[in-house]
Design a protein around this ligand. Structure first.
Ligand code: PMP
Length: 386
C-alpha cells in the first residue's frame, strides 16, 4: 500500500496525530494478511489448530508490546483501548477500596476525569501553569486521607507536557498508594519502562502509535491486584472477557515494534516543531505557546491566539484543507474551553482560543509550510476585521 497516496490523496494535510495516528502501512499489511487468510473468524480460545494459530498471533503481539513498555509479556491484558483501560482501573479501585480516595491530576483525559461524576471518592491534584503536577499538593493529599490509587498521565494529550513519572511513583509508594499511569500519549514517543519506573498499572492504546483503532492494553504490574471490568468467557486470564480482536491485536503489535525501532528518529520532530513555533511567533507576535519551555514530547505544539475563538480558527484552517485540533484529542466537535489550560490557570481569552498541531510518521516539512501559509492568510484576515 502506498501510504503517501492515502494520506495526501486530496491535498488535505493532517496535523492531528494526538487524536489518532494514521494507520501505518506495516500495521495494515499484518492485519490484511490475517484478514485475507480468514483468520479473523478463528476464535483464539478454541482448542483446535485454527484457535491455536490465533493464540500464537496474539502472543507475538504481546511480546512486541512488552518490549515497547518494559513489562513482562504475561502482564499485558488486551482490551478495546485507553478509555476502557482507564475506566477499568478507576472502577476497580473505587469498589474495592470504598473508604479510600483516588487521586487524579486536573489535566487527565476525560476517561479518568469524568469518574468524578459517577464515583464518590475521586480527588483532584492541581497542576502549575506549565501543566506539571504540584508535587507538594500530591504529598499533602496523600497524607490527608487514606489513598488507594494515584492516577497521573505520563504525557498530556493537549500540551504534550511530560510528567516526572519516577518521582510520582516513588511518592505514591512511600505513602502506601499504588500508581496508575495513562501512557497513551507517551508510549512509542518517549521511552517508558514500566519496571524501571515502578508503575503498577499502565494504560496504552493502539491507534496512538499507528495501529488500528479499538484496540489497547492495560498492563498490570506485580502489585497483586486483579482489576477487571468485563467478565464472561475467561479470555485474557479472566481479566478481560470477550473474543479477542486477533487482526487488531496483530496490527497493534506491529505498530509497537515500529514505534520502538523508530523512537530515536521520532525525536527529530522536535526540530520541525521548534522551527514551526518560531515562525508562528514571527507571523503572529501575540501568540502564546503553552508549556514551551517545559519538557514536552517532540510532536506537539499547543498555542493560543488571544481573544480569538478556537472553533472559528479550526474551521478556517479546515477550509484551507488543514486538520488540527482545538485541544482535547477526543473532544473534537464539542465547543468547550480547554480543561487543561483552565487547570493551568490560564484566563478565558487563552482557554477558548487554543489550537494544537500534532505530527507523526507521515508528516513532511511541506505540511508545516502549508499550515504557516494558511495561518498567515487567516491571521491577516482577522487583523483586517479588527
Ligand atoms: N488517554 C489519553 C491521554 C488520550 O489521549 C486518549 C485518546 N485521546 C485516551 C486516553 C483514550 O484513548 P482511546 O481512544 O483508545 O479510548
Amino acid at each position: 500500500m502506498d501510504n503517501t497516496i492515502v494520506i495526501s490523496m486530496s491535498n488535505r494535510i493532517y496535523l492531528d496525530y494526538n487524536a489518532s495516528v494514521p494507520l501505518h502501512p506495516k500495521s495494515w499489511e499484518v492485519m490484511h494478511t490475517i484478514l485475507k487468510a480468514g483468520n479473523h473468524a478463528y476464535n483464539a480460545s478454541a482448542i483446535h489448530s485454527f484457535g491455536r494459530e490465533g493464540q500464537k498471533i496474539i502472543e507475538n503481539a504481546r511480546k512486541e508490546i512488552s518490549n515497547l513498555i518494559g513489562a513482562d509479556k504475561n502482564q499485558i491484558i488486551f482490551n478495546s483501548g485507553a478509555t476502557e483501560g482507564n475506566n477499568t482501573i478507576l472502577k476497580y479501585f473505587s469498589t474495592q477500596y470504598p473508604n479510600d480516595n483516588i487521586l487524579v491530576s486536573a489535566i487527565e483525559h476525560p476517561s479518568i476525569l469524568e469518574a468524578q461524576n459517577t464515583l464518590p471518592n475521586i480527588k483532584i491534584i492541581p497542576v502549575n501553569n506549565n501543566g506539571l503536577i504540584i508535587i507538594e499538593e500530591l504529598e499533602r493529599l496523600l497524607k490527608e486521607n487514606p489513598i488507594s490509587l494515584v492516577s497521573i498521565m505520563a504525557v498530556n494529550n493537549e500540551s504534550g507536557i511530560i510528567q516526572n513519572v519516577s518521582e510520582i511513583s516513588k511518592i505514591a509508594h512511600d505513602n502506601n498508594a499504588l500508581y496508575h499511569c495513562d501512557a497513551t500519549q507517551a508510549a512509542g514517543k518517549i521511552p517508558i519502562n514500566m519496571k524501571k519506573l515502578d508503575i503498577d498499572f499502565l494504560t496504552i492504546s493502539s491507534h496512538k502509535i499507528g495501529g488500528p483503532q479499538g484496540v489497547g492494553a492495560l498492563i498490570i504490574g506485580t502489585c497483586g491486584q486483579s482489576p477487571c471490568l468485563l467478565f464472561g468467557g475467561g479470555q485474557e486470564k479472566s481479566l478481560r472477557a470477550g473474543t479477542e480482536n486477533i487482526a487488531g491485536i496483530a496490527g497493534f503489535g506491529a505498530a509497537a515494534r515500529l514505534a520502538l525501532d523508530n523512537m530515536e528518529k521520532y525525536q527529530k520532530l522536535a526540530k520541525l516543531r521548534d522551527d514551526f513555533e518560531r515562525r508562528l511567533e514571527d507571523i503572529s507576535p501575540e501568540i502564546i505557546i503553552h508549556s514551551q519551555n517545559a519538557k514536552r514530547i517532540a510532536n506537539t505544539s499547543f498555542f493560543s491566539l488571544p481573544d480569538t475563538n478556537s472553533q472559528t480558527l479550526l474551521i478556517a484552517l479546515d477550509l484551507e484543507n488543514i486538520a488540527v485540533s482545538n485541544g482535547s484529542a477526543c473532544s473534537s466537535g464539542r465547543v468547550k474551553p480547554s480543561h487543561v489550560l483552565e487547570a493551568m490557570s490560564k484566563d478565558k481569552k487563552l482557554t477558548s482560543s487554543a489550537l494544537r498541531i500534532s505530527m507523526g510518521w507521515a508528516t513532511k516539512e511541506k505540511d508545516i509550510e502549508a499550515f504557516l501559509d494558511a495561518w498567515q492568510k487567516i491571521y491577516t484576515r482577522i487583523g483586517n476585521k479588527n
